[in-house]
Design a protein around this ligand. Sequence first.
Ligand code: SF4
Length: 416
Amino acid sequence: MARLGTGSLMQLPQCTPQSTGGAQSTPGIRPGGIGDMLGEDLSLEAVYLHVPFCRHRCHYCDFYTLAGREDGMEAYVDRAVDEMRISSHRFAKPVSSIFFGGGTPTLLPPPLLTKLMDGVREYIPLDEDLEWTVEANPETVNDEVAQVLAEHGATRISLGAQSFDPSLLANLERRHDPDSVGRGVECLRNAGIRHFNIDLIYAIPGQTMQSWETDLKEVVLMNVEHISCYGLVYEHGTPLTRRRDRGLVVPIEEELEAAMHCTARNVLGREGMTQYEISNWSRPGLQCRHNLVYWRNGNWWPIGPGACGHVDGLRWKNVPRLSSYVDNSGFPAISAVEHLDDDGAVGEAFMLGLRLLEGMKYDHVEALLKRGTRGQVRLAALKRHVTGGLLEKTGGHIRLTRNGVIQADTVLVDLL
Ligand code: SF4
């Protein structure tokens, strides 16, 4: 699956907490989980459920996921449903978004996927206008899976296409037939699913501008409402990064990567899609509600091993280990917890808020600059980037310019 960022700094995986500094963090494993650190009736907007299974591990991926562990799926589902049961009294109001990410949620056999989705409906209060996204690997979608998703409440499917060029998929060690993306969308549409995201990756070793344009044209033909385009990141410890370090893989030039981002902006813009976040385009009013909760620093509850949550400045991560997850009961042990101090919270507010192309309200920015110890430093950085053309003030907001979007890392690191 893909990520929420474009450049080297701004990778904010859905299941990994991102420290912005200024945090009081607790390393090591905390066996009691989050249960005794938070009260009940929390103002939660969303739930992220992590399904840690994949058919094969792609070489660029650093998410917590296991290949060849079908034997653990049933115990995982039972445990996840039990985790929902014990979490149920934490919700003060219905949530507006459920997100099944991974891993590959659609790798679960239909009866287990059904059980997991029934658990959500039984234990989590759901808004009538719920967005329920399920990530899918195209090769795992068939009529039966599509039927289960549609009948049990999924409203939106996010398909990881990444590229339509078999040689580029091979460079990523990503094993799906490019034609399976179109077949998957058709299956899902026939079952009644109406909303789709498709993920693409650019700056893949060996990729040319021509092949990137072809990928964009392919995805446009599918007429979906939401497209995510992520620049490839060489994550620490992945096979792809090791191959790069041994000289077996040559990253493409930064200038070409930036040009690919601009091409996405031009091609998708011509199709009537609006870039509303550094890596995300949608048709009007059809942004990903779940990711907006992340970028607006909202509160969400995590379920499953490796999942992360956030409530009012407290961030935590469930231990990413299936065996300990299924062998224990109660709230899962957590491997990291952090509570941001003022400086950390301000840095995070800039890091998340400026990712959205609408920017941040200037009165909010002014309030942030009064908090913490780095207000003057941040104010100077804001002025410098406005003068340098990477930020602009417009309509009561401060936001990244078109050039600023390409160089977002440069801006955001100065505001942490
Ligand atoms: S399918 Fe997605 S989550 Fe699974 S290994 Fe590949 S990139 Fe990672």
